[in-house]
Design a protein. Structure first.
Length: 230
């Protein structure tokens, strides 16, 4: 294999649809599994557990979507404000900005003379210069900021899917919390394994960790529910 054939891909960590989808499903699983375990632990009727689970699904999904939208929108607005500062500086003092870019390249190991020539060439095009300044100084690509609506909708849908898993047995008439626990823990392991795509952890480690966290949350809420129920 030649050097030109070597290719690698980076994980999606910039806030597209995949990240909020995976973490939305995880949150839905953990929160609704814990809610169902807590309500079921108080020894109420099965239909009450079902209503609580449905309320947790709907309320949690819209809460997650709202939070994701506001978070991504605020981040984009903050980045846009900083990019505008760079645009204004490039217009008011282009020479100083060119020198700043040259120094930045030199600090990365580029020869001083070459860094100056590269900075001068880039600075001939104001939009290209803005793009490079934003990438180097702010760490963002101005033309590829995450879409808050995509993040919100992904989070809402996948939270609902995750929250539905521990609720399914009650919807089909199986009123044992242990059946709900088996489904939820299996799904938690799966989502944990998928989450490892965004980290350096192995799939099995992430899966077991996710399952353990979900089990702990459900156990605590179940004990609280039993305390109030008694």
């Amino acid at each position: 294999m030649t050097a030109a054939e070597v290719h690698h891909q980076h994980r999606d960590v910039s806030g597209g649809w995949l990240r909020p989808a995976v973490f939305g499903a995880t949150d839905g699983l953990v929160s609704n599994f814990a809610l169902i375990a807590g309500v079921a632990g108080s020894n109420v009727a099965a239909h009450t557990v079902t209503l609580a689970g449905l309320a947790g699904l709907v309320g949690g999904a819209f809460s997650m979507a709202t939070g994701e939208y506001i978070s991504v929108r605020s981040q984009n607005e903050s980045m846009a404000a900083e990019i505008e500062v760079e645009r204004r500086e490039l217009h008011i003092n282009p020479h100083a900005e060119m020198q700043e870019l040259a120094q930045l390249f030199a600090s990365r190991g580029v020869d001083v003379d070459l860094a100056g020539r590269v900075a001068a060439q880039i600075s001939r095009n104001p939009e290209r210069a803005l793009d490079v300044h934003a990438r180097e100084e702010l760490g963002v690509n101005p033309s590829a900021l995450p879409d808050p609506w995509v993040a919100a909708i992904s989070s809402l849908l996948f939270f609902a899917v995750g929250a539905l898993v521990p609720l399914v047995p009650y919807l089909v008439g199986v009123t044992s919390v242990w059946t709900s626990a088996v489904l939820a823990l299996g799904a938690l392991f799966l989502t944990g394994a998928v989450t490892s795509r965004f980290t350096t952890r192995t799939w099995w480690y992430s899966g077991v960790r996710q399952m353990a966290v979900g089990a702990a949350a459900a156990l605590v809420t179940s004990l609280i529910g039993r305390g109030f129920g008694s």
